[in-house]
Design a protein around this ligand. Structure first.
Ligand code: HEC
Ligand code: HEC
Ligand code: HEC
Ligand code: HEC
Length: 143
């Protein structure tokens, strides 16, 4: 109850500000730029993620999905979008693997999605190879 009240107040603050009205009408597309970092890791390796750049190129379902009965459910428009770490942890997907990736870690989810696509794209497109999108430093810039 309290939580609902807080959410309502925050929303009405935004509406009064006027700025968020258009994005509310088209659904929540999330932040334009995201720093992905595993807060549970002893040796975090933050990844920079220009979300908007990717939204302009790819469908939401390329990266977002849900879960039912422990299995992946494909993205459908308007579906509730949650953080990868909601599911990709030992608490939810213990022991799940894809190739050599541990899907019960944020690294496994990130590399299975981000790095796999970057490698594939770099293989197909010499300009992207040139841009080194398949290299570590593209996502993990030196601090
Ligand atoms: C190339 C992959 C990719 C594409 C395409 C993509 N997203 Fe995302 N999106 C992400 C990642 C990664 C995050 C960060 C998740 C996290 O912090 O765990 C995110 C975060 C979000 C969030 C915030 C979630 C939260 O709780 O913080 C929303 C909302 C969202 N995306 C909506 C969309 C919509 C709508 C589309 C399509 C128009 C889209 N995204 C396309 C990868 C993608
Ligand atoms: C609601 C829970 C949930 C969320 C949120 C979620 N996943 Fe998943 N994901 C799953 C499940 C379940 C599977 C299937 C695991 C299995 O059985 O192998 C999966 C599989 C995957 C796979 C391997 C299969 C494939 O599609 O290539 C990758 C990579 C992946 N997720 C990345 C991500 C990323 C990146 C995010 C955040 C943008 C994310 N996931 C958010 C539940 C989730
Ligand atoms: C479906 C394919 C795909 C997925 C998934 C994907 N990317 Fe990308 N990413 C690309 C392509 C293609 C480019 C090059 C865009 C360009 O230069 O035109 C790119 C560019 C980038 C860049 C460089 C942007 C710039 O212009 O300097 C970063 C950083 C990046 N991606 C991080 C990530 C991260 C982190 C994830 C996972 C959360 C991710 N990407 C998921 C395809 C993908
Ligand atoms: C296309 C983007 C992308 C590329 C390229 C990439 N990574 Fe990652 N990496 C991620 C994402 C997203 C995460 C999840 C964030 C996290 O774990 O803090 C991650 C996590 C990690 C982690 C886990 C850190 C922790 O939290 O424990 C390590 C280690 C790592 N990457 C090393 C590498 C190395 C080495 C390379 C080059 C071979 C590389 N990554 C290339 C996106 C990328």
């Amino acid at each position: 109850m309290l939580k609902k009240f807080v959410v309502c107040s925050v929303v009405s603050l935004f509406v009064m500000g006027g700025a968020v009205i258009s994005s509310m009408a088209t659904g929540d597309t999330g932040p334009a730029d995201i720093k992905i970092v595993d807060s549970t890791s002893a040796k975090p390796k933050p990844a920079q993620f220009p979300h908007k750049v990717h939204q302009d190129k790819f469908k939401c379902g390329e990266c977002h999905h849900g879960m039912a009965d422990g299995k992946q459910v494909a993205y459908t428009e308007g579906m509730k979008i949650e953080k990868c770490e909601k599911c990709h942890t030992g608490a939810t997907l213990a022991g799940k693997m894809k190739d050599k990736l541990k899907l019960d870690t944020l690294k496994g989810a990130g590399h299975g999605n981000c790095l796999e696509c970057h490698k594939e794209m770099a293989k197909k497109d010499p300009a992207l190879k040139e841009k080194k999108i398949d290299k570590c430093a593209t996502c993990h810039p030196k601090a």
